[in-house]
Design a protein around this ligand. Structure first.
Ligand code: GDP
Length: 524
């Protein structure tokens, strides 16, 4: 990657996430990537930091107890003349909404696959989200230092289960105890395990080097490598950028092998910040004026100060410290006095940020998920979705005097994206909706720890809900009025129809063809 010259700040940005099934090696790979960027000196710092954060707030005990990561964060590092923004996606399925939103803020993804297991459920699910947005994916087949499945079988699985062309850029030389390194087809070069920084030039697969590396299997390997090269599609940058083809690398995150090839590929192939679609127009990353959208809100770890950090992806222009940005939802100006950058170990004040960067904006509740900030233009970015919850519960409080406080707390937590809150039109108590059950525990724990509210849940008679809309305003009003006991308002006042079962939902949908029932809502 030393052919790169210094370019403008936007072209240098690579904003990406790692998608994988738990245990495939995401954390290990993250640590190694950060080491390349010089962002941390010690492997292990990623987990260490997680633990440090966890001690700061009570509700995060849930995360520690269950050994999962609830928090999404961003890590920035420089390598090969590029600035990488790695957005961490939470590992647990229950937090899929957070994950979806995080993926709305990236331009590329690294898919980590455990070589012994292949494509697993969660990888597949996350991949589908990437596909919705045509996010280009680089594949890293990990744990080659252990017994692995046949590489052809793994490539085949990618092609078949994900309907994605898979082009091996490197090919493993042995596996498990006999894993000697990788061969790169295009350059005929070899990297050996534990000597990752060195590149050996060979004359091709017939080179005697392979007899040395694979004393008992060089011939079989040669046949296999020839077949892999001939049998796979050549790497095509535009097919990759359009999300149809994935370049595949083999390695071992634990042994820090193959990671260099991976990060070089991210620098070379992954796109710089993409144009983003707003309601009125498409915003190009190179435009001079600053725009951005909030995809994540994180409560400050200190429960005594109820300030919050909004994570904003800058979509265009340059964000400078102290500038005023217009919040499209309210029309108000917000001073960006202390935007923050995040590194593996700590945060620092950001003096300037460019398209592709993610900055943390401390605020006291002015910013919500899905908010757009601009230098004055009235536009709203699309694509930070909200999903219809799969679990609905009534939330009850023992002390009736605190009902108002509960409403306020729910509003704040809903703005953070912890839960969705629905206010029924018939005046009955609030209903909370979540995508995964663990979110209910997080909600109850935070209500108690941060607001001093003891709550409990009760089954609601509803199990499904959909946002309702219509081109015909009269029809919508008629539907909403005649279903007052089944309609509630969401946080933004949008009507939501709730039903006791899928069957009754379908029944109502069929009888009301003028109404659109939607399980996804764009945030504006
Ligand atoms: P995550 O759940 O995807 O973040 O996975 P981790 O990075 O925490 O890794 C899960 C387990 O696999 C840990 O015990 C790692 O040490 C191990 N692991 C990760 N990468 C490799 C690898 O390349 N080779 C081997 N042998 N083990 C690995």
């Amino acid at each position: 990657m030393n052919t790169l010259t210094t370019r403008d700040p936007v072209s240098r940005r690579r904003t990406f996430a790692i998608i994988s099934h738990p245990d495939a090696g995401k954390t290990t790979l993250t640590e190694k990537l950060l080491l390349f960027g010089g962002a941390i000196q010690l492997a292990g710092a990623v987990k260490a930091k997680r633990n440090a954060q966890q001690t700061r707030s009570d509700w995060m005990n849930i995360e520690r107890e269950r050994g999962i990561s609830v928090v999404t964060s961003v890590m920035t590092f420089e390598y090969a003349d590029c600035v990488f923004n790695l957005l961490d996606t939470p590992g647990h399925e229950d937090f899929s909404e957070d994950t979806y939103r995080t993926l709305s803020a990236v331009d590329a993804a690294v898919m980590v696959i455990d070589a012994a297991k292949g494509i697993e459920a969660r990888t597949r699910k996350l991949f589908e989200v990437c596909r919705l947005r045509d996010i280009p994916i680089v594949t890293f087949i990990n744990k080659l230092d252990r017994e692995a499945r046949d590489p052809f079988e793994l490539l085949d699985e990618i092609e078949k289960t994900l309907a994605l062309d898979a082009t091996p850029i490197t090919w493993p030389i042995g596996s498990g105890k006999g894993f000697a390194g990788t061969y790169r087809f295009a350059t005929k070069t070899v990297r050996q395990i534990d000597k990752d920084a060195e590149v050996l030039q060979t004359s091709g697969i017939d080179d005697p080097l392979f007899d040395r590396l694979l004393p008992n299997g060089a011939e079989a390997w040669r046949e296999e490598a020839a077949l892999a090269e001939e049998g796979s599609k050549p790497f095509d940058l535009s097919a990759f950028r359009e999300g149809h083809l994935t370049p595949v690398f083999f390695g071992s995150a634990l042994r820090n092998f193959g990671v260099r090839d991976l990060i070089d590929a991210m620098a070379e192939y992954a796109p710089s910040p993409r144009a983003q679609e707003a309601n009125k127009r498409v915003v190009e990353a190179h435009e001079p004026k600053m725009t951005g959208f909030v995809f994540k809100i994180q409560a400050n770890m200190d429960p005594n100060h109820r300030d919050r950090i909004a994570f904003m992806r800058v979509c265009s222009g340059k964000l400078t410290r102290g500038m005023k940005a217009k919040l499209a939802r309210t029309g108000k100006n917000i001073p960006l006095n202390a935007p923050q950058f995040f590194f593996a170990r700590d945060r620092s004040i950001a003096d300037e940020a460019y398209a592709g960067d993610v900055v943390g904006l401390p605020n006291h509740g002015q910013l919500r998920i899905g908010d757009t900030l601009t230098e004055g233009e009235d536009i709203v970015f699309r694509g930070v979705p909200s999903f219809a919850p799969e679990i609905l519960r009534r939330i009850l409080i023992s002390d009736a005097m605190k009902a108002k406080k509960l409403r306020e707390a729910l509003q704040q937590l809903a703005e953070e994206g912890v839960v969705q809150v629905f206010t029924p039109h018939d005046g009955s108590g609030s209903i909370v909706g979540v995508v995964g059950a663990l979110q209910l525990d997080v909600l109850a724990t935070r209500l108690e720890a941060e607001y001093g509210l003891q709550t409990r849940y009760e089954q609601s008679r509803f199990t499904v809900c959909r946002w309702v809309s219509s081109d015909d305003a009269t029809a919508l009003k008629g539907f909403v009025d005649s279903h007052a006991s089944s309609v509630a308002d969401d946080l933004d006042g949008a009507p939501v129809f709730m039903a006791p079962s899928d069957f009754s939902l379908r029944y109502d949908a069929e009888r009301n063809p003028a109404i659109v029932f939607s399980d996804v809502k764009d945030y504006q």
